[in-house]
Design a protein around this ligand. Structure first.
Ligand code: AHR
Length: 530
């Protein structure tokens, strides 16, 4: 129920108040909103790097094989072997950076097995994700081609755990040396005379676990050794990403950074933060959904505290903080995994709300972050696309896809601070929190446009939010929303468009906006400002 204001009243008042932009102020007296915020449009947090909206693709379940890649001989409509619908949808979404080939898989991957004529590539057992056999038909050239097709910048995770510095060094030369070396000529013979110019190189993945069970100082030692051989070729200097902790583990970060002493610092430092859930994706109740979403303030805290730790070693902030893997990780039913591949997870309205909370955090902490990659791009965990495997023609845009769409307008703008009332502060940072914040808001500005994103993560309270504008006057505005009254609602192969973005009412006055946010909703308001 909407407190103090029915939906119809709100819609009527909202429509009337949009007119207020062209009428004298004070003509329309809207009832007081129950949540208030101030958008400081004349202040600055930092650039909303498009890279905050990046993605991750691992050889895991049906993310690559059956998700993005079906092979050129497939009856499924494809572009050179890539699933056409996936390419089209990802192009539309815009994928700033795509990370590959893992994840845990990266530290068991040997790049040479994925080049050359496909039929001659060795078949390998994927030991991390169910011992199924991969034919390596998707390798370096295919990944680069996919990136070019969807307009993404490639990000390779190199093998540290079971690989060697020379293997990574050669991979860099193979990709980036223009011509005249054996490796560059081999690349040309394999169909790509132009260098790939790959900038982002992860030095291992989760070295504290699947990447080799290192201790922090051991992982730092590996970084020193591998970095020593990672060279610039043909004008492309590798941007090396060191392996940080899972979550907000200060001990790992101190141990890793201390062990680097005076040697080369990483260009980037990656943390992973999954928000786990005890329930199957379609079986959340309001309380269990709230408990999961209540973890997001800890994600924000991790970003702030890990950044502060890095600043102690790098006061000039040259090291970019990466949230290399993030998203909700539910309890995934075995039958779903048997049918569609390991970690095949449906995205619901709850997942979209989770995405909205995360993306708002990235805007608010824009000065502290370099890149964020949601896990993963297709089928696996909190994906933006869902397909029904190698045989299936279906490709669905998930609720998470639409949440990302709602935030696209922030890319490249300057994040500005939003002050909120005491009772809806960023949320409860305690690990025992059972409720998410009452509302989550972020804003960004560029020229004559101000974009405001608002999330109501509560399962049973519709709210009205009034945002006062400081340092800008609104001329007109429009809003879009993602919402369904069922928090488990999702897009399926039978109903692919059940939950999508719809236009929404927003009341716009020169110095404020008011909007109703139904329980479990994500909205974006775009304002033309003076
Ligand atoms: O994304 C699934 C797995 O989660 C990745 O392989 C690993 O890096 C993380 O533990």
């Amino acid at each position: 129920m909407t407190a103090g204001f029915t939906r119809r009243q709100f819609a009527r008042a909202g429509a009337a108040a949009s007119l207020a932009a062209i009428l004298p102020r004070g003509v329309f007296a809207l009832p007081t909103a129950n949540h208030k915020a101030i958008i400081r449009a004349d202040d600055t947090i930092g650039l909303v790097r498009p890279e905050f909206h990046s993605h991750f693709s691992e050889h895991l379940g049906s993310c690559v094989y059956g998700g993005l890649w079906v092979g050129p001989k497939s009856p499924i409509q494809n572009v050179e072997g890539f699933r056409k619908a996936a390419v089209d949808y990802l192009k539309e979404l815009g994928v700033p950076v795509l990370r590959w080939p893992g994840g845990c898989y990266a530290d068991d991957y040997h790049w040479r097995e994925g080049i050359g004529p496909a039929p001659r590539r060795p078949k390998r057992v994927n030991v991390w994700w169910g011992n199924y056999v991969e034919d390596n038909s998707f390798g370096t050239h295919e990944f680069i081609r996919l990136c070019r097709l969807i307009g993404a910048e490639p990000y390779f995770a190199a093998n540290v755990g079971s690989g060697s510095p020379s293997e990574m060094r050669d991979w860099i030369e193979y990709c980036n040396f223009p011509s005249g070396s054996a490796l560059a000529d081999e690349r040309a013979a394999n169909g790509s005379p132009e260098p790939f110019r790959v900038k982002y190189w992860g030095v291992g993945n989760e070295l504290w676990g699947c990447g080799g069970n290192f201790r922090p100082d051991g992982a730092g030692g590996e970084f020193r050794r591998f970095a020593n051989f990672a060279r610039a070729f043909g004008g492309t200097t590798p941007f090396l990403i060191g392996c940080g902790p899972s979550g907000n583990d200060a001990k790992w970060t101190r141990g890793f950074m201390d062990s680097l002493a005076s040697s080369r610092l990483p260009d980037g430092y990656s943390i992973h933060y999954y928000v786990n859930g005890d329930h199957a994706p379609l079986e959340y109740a309001p309380e269990t959904a709230m408990a999961q979403l209540a973890v997001f303030p800890q994600v924000e805290q991790a970003i702030v505290e890990q950044r502060a730790l890095l600043d102690g070693y790098d006061p000039a902030r040259k090291i970019g903080l990466f949230l290399d893997e993030w998203g909700v990780w539910d309890r995934i039913p075995q039958k779903d995994q048997e049918r569609n591949g390991a970690l095949w997870q449906q995205s619901t309205v709850r997942s979209a709300v989770a995405a909205g909370l995360g993306l708002n955090i990235f805007n608010r902490q824009a000065d502290k972050l370099y890149m964020c990659n949601i896990a993963q791009i297709a089928n696996v965990l909190q994906s933006v696309l869902m397909t029904d495997g190698l045989e299936g023609k279906n490709c669905v845009r998930t609720t998470t896809y639409y949440a990302f769409m709602l935030f696209k307008a922030h890319r490249g703008k300057t994040a500005v601070p939003v002050d909120v009332g005491a009772r809806m502060l960023a949320g409860d940072f305690s690990p025992n929190a059972v409720l998410p914040p009452e509302v989550s808001i972020s804003a960004s500005r560029s020229g004559s446009e101000l974009v405001v994103s608002l999330v109501n993560p509560r399962a049973s309270e519709d709210i009205e939010v009034e945002c006062k504008l400081r340092g800008a006057k609104a001329k007109q505005g429009r809003a879009q929303i993602l919402h369904d009254s069922d928090l488990n609602a999702c897009n399926t192969f039978d109903h692919p468009d059940r939950v999508t973005i719809r236009p929404h009412e927003v009341a716009v006055e020169p110095d404020r906006i008011r909007i109703m946010l139904p329980a479990m909703s994500v909205a974006t308001v775009t304002l033309d400002i003076a």
